[in-house]
Design a protein around this ligand. Structure first.
Ligand SMILES: Nc1nc2c(ncn2[C@@H]2O[C@H](COP(=O)(O)OP(=O)(O)OP(=O)(O)O)[C@@H](O)[C@H]2O)c(=O)[nH]1
Ligand SMILES: [Mg+2]
Length: 271
């Protein structure tokens, strides 16, 4: 069953949610401590997410507190430098790097600073550097999301030469990156027409937390069965306000309103 009442209300059929990311309670809740100790649901399906004993709650809380403190310090430093930071999230291959390239082209008067997060390799970093974009690489060697201490470490390696835009490509993953703040002003979530319109229902936290949602690969809409109405019903049940825009990063289509939204955010959040 869905933890989110809003999703339960709009669905005509029962689906199973991720218990570790309940949306009806503490919005900062992460893995573990609040889970139902009985892993067997009424419909007979088994929750294998694991129950964490109460004596571990304190340890989890302190880990996230330190992450959040460092993230706030990074955000403050970027704000003072006039740099808007964007946490670019989405599943592998949705077009995060392609979108970053499109955004640098659509905001040509800004300085661009990119952090590339990957489990392994520097393929995307090399692509961006070849285009002249200042890019630093973080490899997590297994971890499914970036953390704020990693951003804090690369901040001093940037040669900040003025106000601008910092784009942080998180690890390709629609689950874990949504749980962590890493110093961003804005969470940008990218999904694609090719991945199906059921993603808000299956991965609700990312949609709930997003400030801006892009549906990429819009050029492929004629060839896939992406159901806009079903997708939007799920998004709006979780997130009533985030703009949802269709783009094609490959064809550089639809990015004018995205760039304008980013300009407005910078006007709002930066001195
Ligand atoms: N048709 C189409 N293909 C796209 C579009 N955007 C990206 N692609 C293709 O999708 C593939 C993945 O794009 P990337 O930008 O590397 O995606 P990513 O999310 O950065 O991938 P990872 O870093 O591996 O998680 C590439 O082959 C792109 O050319 C689009 O708008 N339309
Ligand atoms: Mg990439």
């Amino acid at each position: 069953m869905f933890q989110s009442k809003a999703l339960r209300q709009i669905l005509p059929f029962p689906l199973r949610g991720h218990r570790g990311h309940g949306l009806d309670h503490d919005p900062d809740h992460r893995h573990g401590p609040e889970m139902d100790p009985d892993p067997v649901a009424l419909d007979g399906t088994r929750d294998v997410s694991g129950y964490v004993p109460a004596d571990k709650i304190q340890v989890m809380a302190s880990i996230y507190a330190e992450n959040d403190r460092l993230a706030q310090a990074t955000q403050d430093r970027l704000t003072q430098s006039g740099i808007l930071s964007v946490n670019v999230m989405g599943a592998p291959g949705v077009g995060k790097t392609s979108t970053i390239i499109a955004l640098t082209e659509h905001l040509p008067d800004w300085h661009h600073y990119v952090v590339e997060g990957d489990i392994e390799s520097d393929i995307d970093t090399r692509t961006l550097r070849q285009l002249g974009v200042e890019t630093l690489q973080i490899n997590t060697h297994g971890a499914c999301h970036l953390e704020s201490h990693q951003i804090d470490q690369v901040m001093s390696d940037f040669d900040f030469c003025g106000p601008g835009l910092m784009l942080i490509e998180n690890i390709g993953n629609l689950v874990c990156p949504a749980e962590m703040v890493i110093g961003e002003h804005v969470k940008l979530l990218i999904v694609t027409t090719t991945d199906g319109s059921d993603k808000p229902y299956k991965y609700p936290l990312a949609f709930e937390k997003a400030d801006l949602i892009l549906i990429n690969k819009a050029d492929l809409l004629p060839y896939v069965d992406f159901d806009r109405a079903f997708f939007m019903a799920g998004v709006r049940a979780l997130n009533p306000t985030a703009p949802v825009l269709e783009v094609s990063a490959r064809n550089r289509m639809g990015f004018e309103p995205v760039a304008e939204w980013i300009r407005q955010r910078a006007d709002l959040l930066l001195p």
